[in-house]
Design a protein around this ligand. Structure first.
Ligand SMILES: Cc1cc2nc3c(=O)[nH]c(=O)nc-3n(C[C@H](O)[C@H](O)[C@H](O)COP(=O)(O)O)c2cc1C
Length: 194
């Protein structure tokens, strides 16, 4: 029996991004678990800002179809978002909006996989407002099943050591716990044994 495929990506492509660090660490943890982790960067899926006229004249960008296919092929998806002005960064919202405009293709990008949410911020709130907005977009906007458990990393600028691991063992335990639940729920939904 195949292992559940877990897609991981961050809503930031900034050099030294804390969200990307958290996504990378999640992929590292997942690699030690019973799953097939796939870490991607939105830098490899460049898209213009969504515009209905652009879509009408040129259709959806190839990167949107490719991202949609990655989502549809996954059994579980872990998205880590930064927080911009108490909400989602445009890079992530735009990628989700474009992916939601793709028609056809195998599987369902949003109703197929189980989603888990992560957020990070150098501040004390851990990006939880962006996490709430991501939950709203995924669950209410796109009909996705989103786990109640989430990872919120406050003080992100001081959270990682030089190898990219957490300083704080409790943070690692939390990440592992959420990834474990994601694998279990993704396997269950896909009819695989966890
Ligand atoms: C436009 C903008 C708005 C921001 N607003 C918030 C905010 O509301 N809350 C917060 O915790 N951090 C905010 N920040 C700081 C980000 O959390 C910080 O830049 C973070 O490093 C971005 O995530 P990244 O490291 O994954 O790129 C903001 C940053 C920018 C550029």
């Amino acid at each position: 029996m195949r292992l559940p495929r877990i897609l991981v990506f961050a809503g930031s492509i900034r050099t030294g991004s804390f969200s990307a660090s958290l996504a990378g660490l999640a992929a590292k943890e997942l690699a030690q678990m019973a799953c097939e982790p796939v870490l991607l960067s939105l830098a490899d899926y460049p898209m213009p800002i969504y515009d209905g006229d652009l879509e009408a004249h040129e259709g959806v960008p190839a990167a949107a179809s490719q991202l949609r296919d990655q989502l549809a092929r996954a059994d579980g998806v872990f998205i880590v978002t930064p927080e911009y002005n108490a909400g989602l960064p445009p890079l992530l919202k735009n990628a989700l909006d474009w992916a939601s405009r793709v028609r056809g293709g195998e599987g369902d990008a949003f109703k197929g996989p189980v989603f888990a949410i992560g957020s990070s911020s150098p501040g004390g709130l851990g990006g939880y407002r962006a996490a709430m907005m991501l939950r709203q977009t995924l669950a209410l906007g796109l009909g996705a099943l989103v786990l109640a458990e989430q990872v919120m990393l406050a003080g992100a600028s001081k959270a990682f050591d030089e190898r990219g691991d957490f300083h704080d063992e409790k943070a690692r335990e939390r990440l592992r716990a959420v990834m474990t639940t994601l694998i279990e729920q993704a396997a269950l939904r896909a009819g695989l044994r966890a």
